[in-house]
Design a protein around this ligand. Structure first.
Ligand code: ZN
Length: 854
C-alpha cells in the first residue's frame, strides 16, 4: 500500500519509460464559495519508450468519473490508493481523466479560505512537495517536466492568476472562463493557481529592451497595509543583480507575487507566480528586521526562478542544493546590490541561518547535507536546518574557497548548459571545477557527505611582555549525537582571524588574516612576534561553518564589551558563540543572562536584539536551574521593563522591549503596566499600542489570569479578522485553567476541523512555560495519541501537532523515559520517529544545561 508515498525507485522507472509533452487542465471553481469538491478534467499527452508497458499517474481525489486512455475507457477501479493504473501504453498516449478534487484547509493542494472581514472566498495552490496531484492527475516527480495549459471557470469578478499571464476572461452570467497560454516546460510542483477577489498592484521591470510585467496581490482587507512600492523596489534590485550575476534573462513571461492567507511556509517559488504568507503585509508596526526578512524572502524566491525553476533537481535528494543556493543568493544580493537597504545581511545570516544550522546539526537526527531521500516521506521531514541553513553556510564556504568570481562564472555556465532541464549536484560541481580550476571532490566529500560541526579553538602562547610566541587553530571532529548518521571528520576550512583592540571604549578591528585551516592543528605564523590584541576572533567574517571558541583573555574582554564591537558581524559571531556555549552547558544560564543584559545595552542591530531576547527567554525557561529559574525570570522581566521605558521613543528597540516585557511580565506592577497600556490608562511615549501589540499584551494578561474570556471577546470585536481569530484562539488556549487546556487539546487532537493556522494558534497558546502543573497530565495523553495523529492527518497538520504538543516544558528524566518507552513500543515510521526523537533531544540538552547552571 503506497498510500500517498512515492519511492525514488518508482520515479526512476517512470522517468525512464515516459516523456511527458503537455497537460490541458480544466478546473471548474464556480462553486468555490460552497466548498466541498470541484470538477477537474485533465488531458495528458505523453510518449512511452516501451509500448505495451504499464505505469501509473498520481491523483489524490475523493472520486474519479472517467478514465480514458488512447480512446479506451478504463475501469474506474484503476484509481486506487492515490494512483491511476495505466496498462498497455502505446508509443504516443493521450489520457483523459475527470475527477472530483477537494478543497483543503491545511495549506496543501488547493487551499480554500473565507475572509471574515468580507465573507469572500480566496483560493491558492501549494504543490511542493507532491500536492499538484490533489488538483489534477499528473506524474508527480520533478524530472517529468511538461507544458501546462490551465483553463479555469470561476465566479465573475474574480481575479485568476497562474504561471502564464492572465488572459481576458470570456463568458457571461455568474461565471467566467480564463484560458491560459501553455507554460514553458516545468515541473509539476512549481505550477500554481490563485483565484478569488484578490486586488493587484502593477509595475514593470524595465532593462533596455526587456520589459517584465510585475504584479503584487493580496486580499482587499489587507490592501490598506500593502506597501507595494517597497516590494517592487526590492524585486527590481533582485532582477538587476541576478540577471547580471547569472548572465541569463529572467526566463518567464511575467512575475507576480501573491500574498495569500494561511500559508504554511514563508513563500513558494511557483514559476512567475510566487505565493507568500500574508503576514508579510504588515498590519501593525514591525521592526526593520521584519522588513529585512521579507526582502530576503522576496529575493530567495526570485533566485529560484533560475535555480530550481529553469534548472531543476532531478530528485528530492538535491533539495538542499535548491534551497541553499536560493538562501545564499538572497544574502549575497542584499549585501552587494547597489542601493540595498540591508548591506549587513551577512550579520543576519550569521545570526539566523547559522544558529539554525548549528542547532539542527547537533540533533540526533542530523544527517549529511546530501541526504538519502528514498521516498516522499523522507523529503517531507527534510525541509530542515541542514537543508536550508547548513547548506547555505557551506555554499558560502565554497564561495570563499573557489572565489566569488569563479563561483558565478561556473553558475553562468551551468544555467546555459541545463536551461529547462534537470540536474544533479555533480553538474554544478563540474561547472565550478571548470571555472575555478579547483578539485571539488575532496571538498564535497568532507562537507556534503558527512554530518556535524567542527569546533575551532585557538591555542595561544604569550610572553610576559604580551608578545605572541605561538598561535595555532585547533580543529575538533564533530561530537555526533548517539544515533546520528555519518562519520565525524576534520574538514578544510577557509577562515579569517580578526584582531580587535579597545579604542576609546570601542572594539575596533586592527587587522585580519585569511588562511586555510586543515587537520587537527594549523599554525598561524603571521601572528607570531606581534603584540597580543584585546580580542582574537576565529572565523571572523563568518566564512566557514564551525563552532568557535575564544581564548580566555579574549573571552574576558568579550564578556564585558560584547556590545562595544563597532561592526555588527563580530558582535553577532560572539553572541552566537555565547549562546552555543550556554546550550552546551559551558556557560551557566545565569552568566549568559548577565552577558546578555550587559551586551544588549549597546546592540544596535535589531534582528540580533530580537534573537537574543528569544534566546534569553528560552535559556531561562529550559536551561536554568529550576531552583533559580524564578529569580532569573524576574531579573529578565525587570530589565525588559526598564529598557522599554528607557528606549528612544518610537524606535524598533522600544517595540522589541515591549514585546519582551509582554512575554515575561510577572509582578503585579508589570502586569498593571501591560493592562494599562491595553486600556489606554498608561502610555509609553512613542509606543504605538496597535492591533498586533494589543494581542501580545492581552495574551500575557490572559495566561496569568488577569484577563478573561470577556476580554478576549472584546478584543476580537475590535479585530474581527482572520488574524484576530487566530490570536483569540491562542488567548483561549492560554487561559490558566484545566478546562481551557482540555478544550484546546480536544480541538486539536480529537477533532480535525481546525485550519492549519487556527490549529497552530491553539498549540501556541496551549504550551505555556508558566503552566507546567496544568500541562503535566498531557505528557501521557501525547504518547497515547501521537501515532494515530500521524497516521490520520495530513503531513503539515501532523507535523504541527507532533512537534508542538510534545511535553517540551516537562524537563525531567521521566519525560525521557516516557519517550523511550513509546519509541520502543510504538515502533513508529522513520519520519514520525525522527520528529519525536528531535523533541526528546531538547529535554536531554535542557537537563545537561540545568546541571551546569546549578
Ligand atoms: Zn526556497
Amino acid at each position: 500500500m503506497p498510500g500517498t508515498n512515492l519511492t525514488r525507485e518508482e520515479a526512476r522507472t517512470r522517468a525512464a519509460l515516459l516523456h511527458v509533452e503537455a497537460y490541458d487542465v480544466e478546473l471548474d471553481l464556480s462553486s468555490a464559495r460552497d466548498g466541498g469538491t470541484f470538477r477537474s478534467t485533465t488531458v495528458v499527452r505523453f510518449t512511452a519508450t516501451e509500448p505495451g508497458a504499464s505505469t501509473f499517474i498520481d491523483l489524490v481525489a475523493p472520486a474519479v468519473s472517467e478514465i480514458v486512455l488512447n480512446g479506451r475507457a478504463l475501469p474506474l477501479e484503476n484509481f486506487a490508493d492515490s494512483r491511476i493504473a495505466l496498462p498497455d501504453l502505446a508509443a504516443e498516449n493521450e489520457l483523459r481523466v475527470v475527477a472530483d478534487c477537494a478543497y483543503t484547509n491545511t495549506g496543501e493542494g488547493l487551499h480554500r479560505f473565507v475572509d471574515p472581514a468580507d465573507g469572500e472566498t480566496y483560493l491558492y495552490t501549494q504543490f511542493e512537495v507532491a500536492d499538484a496531484r490533489r488538483v489534477f492527475p499528473n506524474f508527480e516527480q520533478p524530472d517529468l517536466k511538461a507544458a501546462f495549459s490551465f483553463t479555469v471557470t470561476a465566479p465573475a469578478g474574480w481575479v485568476v492568476v497562474s504561471n502564464s499571464p492572465t488572459p481576458e476572461p470570456t463568458g457571461d452570467g455568474d461565471t467566467r472562463v480564463w484560458k491560459f497560454e501553455p507554460t514553458p516546460r516545468m515541473s509539476t510542483y512549481i505550477t500554481a493557481l490563485v483565484a478569488g477577489p484578490y486586488v493587484g498592484v502593477f509595475d514593470t521591470y524595465q532593462n533596455g529592451a526587456q520589459s517584465v510585467p510585475l504584479g503584487v496581490y493580496c486580499r482587499p482587507s489587507l490592501r490598506e497595509f500593502l506597501d507595494a512600492d517597497a516590494i517592487f523596489a526590492v524585486t527590481k534590485q533582485g532582477f538587476d543583480y541576478f540577471q547580471d550575476k547569472f548572465d541569463f534573462a529572467y526566463p518567464f513571461a511575467k512575475y507576480d507575487q501573491l500574498f495569500v492567507p494561511e500559508f504554511n511556509a514563508g513563500a513558494m517559488e511557483n514559476a512567475g507566480a510566487v505565493t507568500l504568507r500574508d503576514q508579510y503585509v504588515f498590519r501593525s508596526k514591525v521592526t526593520d528586521a521584519s522588513y529585512e526578512l521579507r526582502a530576503a524572502t522576496i529575493l530567495h524566491e526570485l533566485a529560484h526562478m533560475w535555480f530550481g525553476d529553469l534548472v531543476t533537481m532531478e530528485w528530492w535528494n538535491d533539495l538542499w542544493l535548491n534551497e541553499s543556493f536560493a538562501t545564499f543568493a538572497e544574502a549575497v544580493c542584499q549585501a552587494e546590490a547597489p542601493g540595498s537597504r540591508w548591506p549587513h545581511s551577512w550579520t543576519t545570516f550569521a545570526n539566523q541561518m547559522k544558529t539554525w544550522a548549528y542547532r539542527q546539526d547537533q540533533l540526533p537526527s542530523t544527517h549529511p547535507i546530501m541526504a538519502e531521500i528514498n521516498d516522499l516521506e523522507d523529503v517531507q521531514v527534510n525541509f530542515d536546518g541542514i537543508t536550508y541553513a547548513k547548506g547555505a553556510s557551506v555554499l558560502k564556504q565554497l564561495v570563499a574557497y573557489v572565489g566569488q568570481d569563479a563561483f558565478f562564472q561556473g553558475v553562468r555556465a551551468y544555467f546555459k548548459r541545463h536551461a529547462w532541464g534537470n540536474t544533479r549536484l555533480t553538474d554544478l560541481l563540474g561547472a565550478l571545477e571548470e571555472a575555478s580550476g579547483r578539485d571539488l571532490r575532496t571538498w564535497s566529500k568532507a562537507w556534503l557527505e558527512t554530518a556535524g560541526i567542527n569546533v575551532l579553538r585557538p591555542a595561544i602562547e604569550v610572553s610576559a611582555d604580551g608578545v605572541i610566541e605561538s598561535f595555532a587553530v585547533l580543529q575538533e571532529a564533530p561530537a555526533l549525537p548517539a544515533g546520528a548518521r555519518g562519520e565525524a571528520v576534520l574538514r578544510p576550512h577557509r577562515i579569517a582571524i580578526g584582531l580587535y583592540e579597545l579604542v576609546d571604549g570601542d572594539l575596533v578591528r586592527t587587522d585580519r588574516i585569511e588562511l586555510d585551516v586543515d587537520g587537527e592543528r594549523t599554525e598561524v605564523p603571521q601572528l607570531v612576534g606581534r603584540r597580543r590584541p584585546a580580542v582574537l576572533l576565529l572565523n571572523d567574517d563568518d566564512l566557514s561553518y564551525a563552532k568557535v571558541r575564544l581564548d580566555a583573555d579574549s573571552l574576558a574582554v568579550v564578556t564585558e564589551h560584547l556590545g562595544d564591537f563597532t561592526d555588527s558581524l563580530p558582535r553577532a559571531l560572539c553572541w552566537a558563540s555565547a549562546w552555543d556555549m550556554t546550550r552546551d552547558g559551558e556557560l551557566a544560564t545565569r552568566d549568559y543572562l548577565s552577558l546578555a543584559l550587559s551586551g544588549l545595552r549597546r546592540e544596535s542591530d535589531i534582528g540580533v536584539v530580537q534573537s537574543v531576547h528569544r534566546q534569553v527567554k528560552l535559556a531561562l525557561e529550559m536551561y536554568a536551574d529550576p531552583a533559580w529559574r524564578e529569580t532569573g525570570l524576574q531579573r529578565w522581566a525587570a530589565a525588559a521593563e526598564a529598557a522599554l521605558l528607557d528606549a528612544p521613543a518610537g524606535s524598533d528597540h522600544q517595540l522589541a522591549w515591549a514585546r519582551a516585557l509582554a512575554g515575561s511580565a510577572r509582578t503585579d506592577g508589570q502586569l498593571d503596566l501591560l493592562a494599562g497600556l491595553l486600556d489606554g490608562s498608561r502610555t509609553v511615549e512613542g509606543l504605538a499600542v496597535d492591533t498586533e501589540l494589543r494581542w501580545t499584551l492581552l495574551g500575557r494578561l490572559v495566561a496569568t489570569g488577569r484577563a478573561d474570556e470577556a476580554a478576549i471577546e472584546a478584543e476580537l470585536a475590535r479585530d474581527n479578522t482572520s488574524s484576530g481569530q487566530e490570536h483569540a484562539a491562542t488567548c483561549r488556549a492560554a487561559r490558566p485553567t484545566a478546562e481551557a487546556k482540555a478544550e484546546a487539546w480536544a480541538s486539536v487532537v480529537e477533532s480535525d476541523t481546525l485550519t492549519n493556522y487556527v490549529q497552530e494558534a491553539v498549540i501556541a497558546g496551549f504550551q505555556q512555560p508558566d503552566q507546567r502543573d496544568l500541562l503535566a497530565p498531557y505528557a501521557e495523553k501525547y504518547f497515547a495519541a501521537v501515532k494515530q495523529v500521524w497516521e490520520t492527518r495530513s503531513h503539515e497538520i501532523s507535523q504541527q501537532i507532533i512537534g508542538g504538543l510534545y511535553p517540551a516544558y516537562a524537563v525531567s528524566q521521566a519525560t525521557l523515559d516516557a519517550t523511550d518507552a513509546w519509541l520502543a513500543q510504538a515502533d513508529p515510521a522513520p519520519a514520525l520517529r525522527r520528529q519525536v526523537v528531535e523533541a526528546r533531544a531538547g529535554i536531554e540538552r535542557a537537563l545537561k544545561a540545568q546541571a551546569a547552571d546549578r
